[in-house]
Ligand binder design. Structure first.
Ligand code: ZN
Ligand code: ZN
Length: 422
């Protein structure tokens, strides 16, 4: 009985401090939405996020964080050390926009124009990275008021060029990792989110294991021997060889890949060859993409495509080479970390609003962080409740409902706090 008063005090004090963090999350919402409108109206292309980075850095400095700028060209990293010693957790937001001309009629519509690969274009946050920046700035501000609750360190990573740097440039998550963003202090786990235009506000979607695909671009050069279209026996037909190669690729998927493990896709999206109907040309070029959700399957498919390209061409008297360009790895949610952190997501969204999703064949360069440290990536609802259809990401009509942002702040806050404190 004599412990009762002390126990009461404990309950009251922890309830009080919990309310304060909760209250700070609620209070930050208008600011997060205001920042989002600002970034939406001022989008910048990959590796060109100069003004965006400046605003982020100013905010983090105003909160008293240790701030690094110019990481992987235009990236910003803020470090917040808690009052208590412990692990290091990283939270990541990507910050770049796309060469898309906005068609939405919004008060904060983007009117920005720029040049992309020599073509003048509108610039738009058509993937919703404006929401990611604002959410993470909000999380940073909330945590700046609760250092006493943090057992360890939180690294806020604002990453440029998720959509891919311009040709010939390095950038994005892989460059950040190369420049040591996961070191000093060494990160133990990383969390990231993507707003989703087709997921209702208030909903979180996740998947343990492979959630988003490894993306490769490939180029095949087929060499034949030119001849008259009426005399194919006088040459080697690279178009015919290309057809056999494409056929071979699809057999790697349908006959050789264990699709019960994960799905996989090979697509040839472009074929270039020939000049007129009665000439069998000298060469052909195939360009395409491979999507995989399992690291071993990825290696096997790449190996088999290389073998097939060379041997099929040879079998028909020609030659062929294939080159792969890696765009992203598998966005792989560490299964243990995912089950450990699921209660935090459920606490943020409510149990019924956290849903298991199927893997998607789109890619995400958050995968480069997850290659080094265990990570969890999830989707955050951005679709207005009641809507059943949404314009896809990367399109001029892409739209996100501001009301979805607050759950992002909550989820990231709980993930970081619970990871460090448990
Ligand atoms: Zn995108
Ligand atoms: Zn994106």
């Amino acid at each position: 009985m004599k412990f009762l008063p002390a126990l009461c005090c404990l309950i009251i004090s922890s309830a009080f401090s919990q309310t304060t963090l909760e209250q700070d999350i609620i209070d930050i919402e208008p600011k997060v939405i205001e920042w989002r409108h600002h970034f939406h109206q001022n989008p910048e292309l990959s590796n060109r996020e100069f003004k965006t980075a400046k605003k982020i850095a100013e905010h983090l400095k105003s909160l008293g964080f240790e701030v690094q700028t110019g990481v992987a060209k235009t990236g910003v990293v803020g470090i917040l050390k808690g009052d208590l010693p412990g692990k290091v957790v990283a939270l990541r937001a990507d910050i770049d926009a796309l060469p898309v001309t906005e068609r939405n009629d919004l008060p904060f519509k983007s009117e920005v124009r720029d040049t992309f690969l020599g073509t003048e274009t509108g610039v738009m946050h058509a993937c919703g990275h404006d929401t990611h920046i604002s959410i993470l700035m909000g999380v940073a501000e909330v945590f700046s008021k609760h250092k006493d609750k943090i057992k360890g360190t939180i690294k806020f990573i604002f990453q440029p060029a998720e959509e891919g740097p311009p040709p010939g440039e390095e950038g994005g998550a892989s460059l950040m990792v190369k420049e040591g963003v996961l070191e000093n202090p060494k990160v133990d786990a990383i969390f990231g989110l993507h707003i989703n235009s087709a997921t209702p506000v208030g909903t979180i979607k996740y998947k343990p294991g492979g959630m988003m695909a490894a993306v490769e671009r490939f180029v095949v050069n087929v060499k034949g021997k030119q001849t008259h279209g009426s005399q194919p026996w006088g040459g080697v037909d690279p178009i015919y060889i290309s057809a056999k190669i494409i056929d071979g690729y699809q057999s790697i998927i349908s006959r050789e890949s264990n699709l019960l493990v994960e799905p996989a896709v090979i697509t040839v999206g472009k074929i270039t060859s020939g000049v007129r109907f009665n000439i069998i040309p000298e060469s052909a070029e195939l360009i395409g993409t491979v999507r995989t959700l399992d690291a071993d399957m990825r290696t096997k498919i790449i190996t088999r495509m290389t073998e097939m390209t060379e041997t099929i061409a040879k079998a028909y008297g020609g030659e062929a080479t294939i080159e792969f360009q890696e765009n992203t790895l598998v966005t792989y949610n560490d299964p243990d970390l995912t089950s450990q952190m699921l209660p935090s997501l459920e606490k943020a969204a409510g149990k019924d609003n956290v849903k298991l999703m199927k893997a998607v064949t789109g890619g995400e360069d958050f995968s480069y962080f997850q290659e080094v440290v265990p990570g969890l990536y999830f989707y955050l609802g951005g679709m207005t409740p009641g809507n059943t259809e949404a314009f896809p990401h990367h399109t001029p009509d892409f739209k996100i409902d501001d009301n979805g942002l607050i759950l992002g702040v909550k989820a990231m806050t709980y993930l970081a706090l619970d990871y460090l404190n448990n």
